[in-house]
Design a binder for this molecule. Sequence first.
Ligand code: GLN
Length: 261
Amino acid sequence: MKIAIGWLYPTLMSTYGDRGNVICIQRRCQWRDIEVEVIPLKKETTPEVFEGVDIIVGGGAQDRQQEIVMRDLQGAKAEALKNKLDRGTPGVFTCGSPQLLGHYYEPALGKRIDGLGLLDMVSKHPGIDARRCIGNLVFEITANPIASELAAMVGEKPIAIGFENHGGRTYLNDVQPLGKVIRGYGNNGEDQTAGAFYQNAIATYSHGPLLPKNPFIADWLIVKALQNKYERAIELKAIDDSIAIAARKAMLQRLDLFNVL
Ligand code: GLN
C-alpha cells in the first residue's frame, strides 16, 4: 500500500515543530511497510496536484507568513483543497492553518484576510498588546465520530496533549469543536472549545507537535486515508508506543492531571 501526504506550504507554515506531524505519519507508515510520498503543496503547485494526495497536513505560521499563504490559496487551489476535505480526505491543521480554513482571520496588524470558508468559524487577533495564549494544552476529543473511533483504538478516553502559542482567538459557529479543554486556552480562552472537526479534518491549536505526542491520532488519519484509497477495511499492525505512552503519563502527572485518562 502507498499513501501521499500533501504538506501545505512547508517553508511558510511550520512553526513550533509542526513538521513533526508529517514525520510522524511518514514513519508510522514506513514501520508498517506502507510506502509514503510527501508532496509539498506550495505556491508553484497546480490545483491538480491536490487531487492526488491522501492526507493533508498544515502547520502553524506567524501572521505575516500566514497572510502570504492565505492570498496564494485563493481560487482554483482553494477549491481543490475544499473539495478534498469535503469528500473526506483526512487532514490535520494546526494553529495558523485552521485559521485559513475558516471565514477569515483578523491579524494583529493590518486588514482582515479572507479564508476558505470551509469551516464555519472566524479568527481574530485582539491586537499586539493582548496576551498570547501560550502553554500546555490538554483536551478531551469529543467530536463525532472521531471521539468514539479513537476511544475504540486506545481503549480509554481520547485525551490529546500538546502545546499552544497563538494570538488569534477562534469562534465556532456551525461546526463541531474537536474537543473540550481540560487545561489551557483552546480556541479562545472563553468557551472551553478546542479546535474543530469537519468530515475527516482535524483543526487544532495544539502544536506539540500533536501527532508524536498523540500517536493514536496519527494512526486514525492513516486508517482513514487507506480506507478512502483502497475502499476496504484497514487494520494497522501494532507499533510499540511505550515511550510515547510513558511521556504522556509523565506530562499529565506534571500537570496534576493524572486522573483524566
Ligand atoms: N498567527 C496566528 C496567531 O498568532 C497563528 C500562530 C501559530 O500558528 N502559531 O494566532
